[in-house]
Design a protein around this ligand. Structure first.
Ligand code: MEV
Length: 327
C-alpha cells in the first residue's frame, strides 16, 4: 500500500489565457489531495473517495462504471473516475505493467472543481502512488507531464500544463505553452481564499472563452491583455512589490469577468475582500463558481468573507513549496 499527496493551487495570474499560449503564474497552497494505491490481483480498479466535497462514493470497475455505490451526481463521479482511470493507465505504462489492478483511495481537503486544482492534485498524487506501488519512482517533471496527458484527455484537449506542473513541483511556477519552470524567489504572499461552496464546469467555461475569442477580436485582445498582466506581474514579483501584484490581480479579475467566467458569488466575494482592505482579489481557476483568492496581511478580508452572504468558507493559505511527495 503506497500513499502520495500533492498540493492544490491558486492562480495569481493567467488562467484561461494560458490555454492559448499566454504565460500564467499559479502557486501551490497548503491544501492537499492524498491518494493511496494498493495493488490487487484481479486487474480491476476500485476507487474509494470519502472527501471530495461529495457525500462519499465507492466504485469498482474494469473499464465501465459498474457495481457503483454512488449517491452523488453522475457527472462528478464520471469526472473523478476519468481522472483516476487516466492516472492508473499512466502508472501501468510507466511501470510496464499493463494489467496491474489497484484499489485507489482518495482523501482530499481541496474542494472539487472550485478553482484550487483538485483534479490535478488527485492525478499527480495518483500516478505517484500507483507507480511507487509497482516499484517505480518517477521524477516530478515526468509526473507533471504524465498528469498533463490525463487532464488533456479528460478535458477533451482543453487543458494547459499549469495546474499539473504546479501540483507536481510545488511553490510558485510560470507556465507558457510547454515551457514550465519554478519561480525561485517568490515573495511572501498573504493568500486568503473565499469559497462559495459551488463548482464550475472547466470544459464548458474553457469552450465558452474559446468561442468568444474566435468570434470577437476584442475578446482575443482581452486574452492577450491577460498575458500582458502576467508579464507585468512577473516584474512585480521579482521586485517583491506585493501591492503591485494585488493591483494586477484586480485588473486580471476584471478581464476574466469580461470573458464571462466570473459569477455573482465570485464578484461578491472579490468586492468583500477589496472593501475590507485586501491589496487585490480575483477569481482563481476556471471560474463559474468556486473560489476567489485575495492578498491581505491583516485579518480584514478573511473576517469580511466570513460574514459575506454566499461565502461558505474563508481561510488563509500558505504557499506550499513542497510538490508531490510520498506520505
Ligand atoms: C483551470 O484550473 C485553469 C484553466 O486555465 C484551464 C487550464 O489551464 O487547463 C481555465
Amino acid at each position: 500500500m503506497t500513499t502520495s499527496s500533492a498540493p492544490g493551487k491558486v492562480y495569481l495570474f493567467g488562467e484561461h489565457a494560458v490555454v492559448y499560449g499566454e504565460p500564467a503564474v499559479p502557486c501551490a497552497v497548503g491544501r492537499r489531495a492524498r491518494v493511496t494505491a494498493e495493488r490487487r490481483d484481479d486487474g480491476r480498479v476500485r476507487v474509494e473517495a470519502s472527501d471530495l466535497s461529495l457525500d462519499g462514493f465507492a466504485i469498482t470497475y474494469g473499464g465501465d462504471l459498474d457495481e457503483a455505490d454512488v449517491n452523488v451526481p453522475s457527472g462528478l463521479v464520471e469526472a473523478a473516475t476519468g481522472y483516476v482511470d487516466g492516472a492508473v493507465d499512466q502508472a501501468r505504462d510507466a511501470a510496464g505493467e499493463p494489467d496491474a489492478g489497484f484499489t485507489v483511495t482518495i482523501e482530499s481537503d481541496i474542494p472539487l472543481g472550485a478553482g484550487l486544482g483538485s483534479s490535478a492534485a488527485v492525478v499527480v498524487a495518483g500516478i505517484d502512488a500507483a507507480t511507487r506501488e509497482l516499484g517505480v519512482e518517477l521524477p516530478p517533471e515526468e509526473l507533471a507531464d504524465r498528469a498533463y496527458q490525463v487532464e488533456h484527455e479528460v478535458q477533451e484537449g482543453q487543458a494547459s500544463r499549469a495546474d499539473t506542473f504546479c501540483s507536481a513541483m510545488g511553490g510558485a511556477v510560470r507556465v507558457e505553452g510547454d515551457d514550465c519552470r519554478r519561480i525561485p524567489d517568490a515573495p511572501e504572499l498573504p493568500f486568503v481564499i473565499g469559497y462559495d461552496g459551488g463548482a464550475g464546469n472547466t470544459g464548458e467555461l474553457v469552450a465558452n472563452v474559446r468561442g468568444l475569442r474566435e468570434q470577437y477580436t476584442f475578446a482575443a485582445d482581452t486574452v492577450e491583455a491577460i498575458g500582458d498582466i502576467v508579464r507585468t506581474g512577473e516584474h512585480a514579483l521579482e521586485n517583491d512589490d506585493v501591492e503591485e501584484v494585488g493591483r494586477l490581480m484586480n485588473f486580471n479579475h476584471g478581464l476574466l469577468s469580461a470573458l464571462g467566467v466570473s459569477s455573482r458569488s465570485l464578484d461578491t466575494m472579490v468586492w468583500a475582500a477589496r472593501d475590507a482592505g485586501a491589496m487585490g482579489a480575483k477569481l482563481t481557476g476556471a471560474g463559474g463558481g468556486g473560489c476567489i483568492v485575495a492578498l491581505d496581511t491583516s485579518e480584514g478580508a478573511r473576517t469580511a468573507l466570513d460574514y459575506t452572504p454566499g461565502c461558505e468558507e474563508a481561510f488563509r493559505a500558505e504557499l506550499d513549496t513542497d510538490g508531490v511527495r510520498a506520505e
